[in-house]
Design a binder for this molecule. Structure first.
Ligand SMILES: [Zn+2]
Length: 50
């Protein structure tokens, strides 16, 4: 969980193309920009220093 619940909801619904880094919706199988099937979930948290 991040600092802002709203942001967590938004990030949870985003995947990022591994090839061109375009943001796509979560259930998308192919990138809308380049058609690549290689997707990853968007990073939920930025690692804070301890
Ligand atoms: Zn792409």
């Amino acid at each position: 969980m991040g600092k802002f619940p709203e942001a967590d909801l938004v990030l949870a619904g985003i995947t990022v193309c591994r090839k061109c880094k375009t943001r796509n919706k979560k259930n998308t199988e192919k990138c809308r920009n380049c058609g690549s099937p290689y997707m990853r979930p968007k990073r939920r948290e930025i690692r804070a220093k301890k």
